[in-house]
Design a protein around this ligand. Structure first.
Ligand SMILES: [Zn+2]
Ligand SMILES: [Zn+2]
Length: 238
């Protein structure tokens, strides 16, 4: 006889069969994305190893910006490009509260990370929201994306080590310089981090100012190796 959780899975499969969140066609396997939409997702295959910025060629490992100023994190993995339909999905999660999108994209990111077969970090830190933003939105999209990633890789979530102490303007409305000053001093360490190697997880990386700010305080607190994971990367530091 099947164990209870497998029966529940079968039942869920019959009542809510996987359906593509982009076009409504039947999903591929257990995923809420059809084969065609999955194949068409814009991949960020040729990217700066440090900040994830899409690169025009594979000659250099790092983009010009990182060669000039090394960011405080060591590596970035953002496997998709923030362009249609990925931007539509991420906005649907953040502003349309479609949590099924977090499960889809989080599982996708977790699988992509598993396929890299590199040493996993000792913990995942989702970018925290300020408590007032959390009350307004009702959930933290980075945490909702991080849950399936943590399950896929069997890595714990570190949820009480970093907190956002200052309410900041949404980064999307600001240019690169304003984004940096907007997040300066916005985070603090609320509990010592025992791990030496962690990953910071955000939904999208644009200029990288938010993750750089968090990485800076983590390195100052003794964390030695910091990766940045995100679903997608914009192709310009705007
Ligand atoms: Zn589809
Ligand atoms: Zn770079």
């Amino acid at each position: 006889m099947l164990p209870v959780n497998q029966w529940l899975k079968k039942l869920q499969f019959c009542v809510f069969p996987p359906t593509c969140l982009l076009c409504g066609a039947p999903g591929e396997g257990e995923r809420d994305l059809c084969t065609g939409c999955h194949a068409d997702l814009p991949r960020n295959e040729q990217a700066c190893q440090r900040c994830g910025m899409p690169l025009a060629s594979t000659i250099a490992l790092n983009c010009g910006e990182c060669q000039l100023h090394l960011p405080p994190y060591d590596r970035t993995f953002a496997p998709l490009l923030y362009q249609p339909p990925v931007d539509y999905l991420i906005k649907g999660l953040k502003f349309g509260r479609r949590l099924a999108i977090a499960r889809l994209l989080g599982e996708w990111l977790g699988t992509a990370l598993q396929q890299r077969q590199v040493k996993p970090p000792q913990g995942i830190i989702p970018v925290p929201l300020h408590p007032s933003r959390l009350r307004e939105r009702g959930f933290n999209q980075s945490l909702e994306l991080a849950r399936p990633v943590a399950r896929c890789l069997d890595v714990p979530l570190l949820l009480s080590n970093v907190r956002r102490i200052r309410h900041t303007q949404p980064q999307a409305q600001l240019d690169a310089a304003a984004r940096r000053s907007n997040v300066q001093g916005a985070f603090s360490i609320s509990r010592p981090v025992q791990a030496r190697h962690v990953a910071i997880l955000d939904d999208v990386i644009t200029t990288g100012s938010t993750v750089a700010e968090i990485a800076g305080i983590l390195k100052a607190a003794g964390v030695e190796e910091i990766e940045v994971w995100a679903v997608a990367r914009t192709s310009q530091n705007r």
